[in-house]
Design a protein around this ligand. Sequence first.
Ligand SMILES: [Ca+2]
Length: 93
Amino acid sequence: MFRCDMATVGPAMFQFVDKDGDGSLTVDEIIDAMGQKKLVEFVKGVKCPVLLRLFQEEESLMRKAFKQIDKDNSGHIDEDEWMNFLYGVQVKE
Ligand SMILES: [Ca+2]
């Protein structure tokens, strides 16, 4: 069975969502990405069910999740926080 390759998929997604390319994600960037067909297709293609679920969440849930991902409360998520979060939810699969 094809396994979700989070080490590759995680950073690729980060870059996709980081629209302005400043190396961090704001909640608006994430919510904006959630509505994009291109991202949904990408997520479906990489076979990481956890990501598909994440990006189909309600906006309000995503805002809550964002606060948990943003460990240092800086208002944006850097790549370390992003990957820690993805590995964390993947373990719970
Ligand atoms: Ca950004």
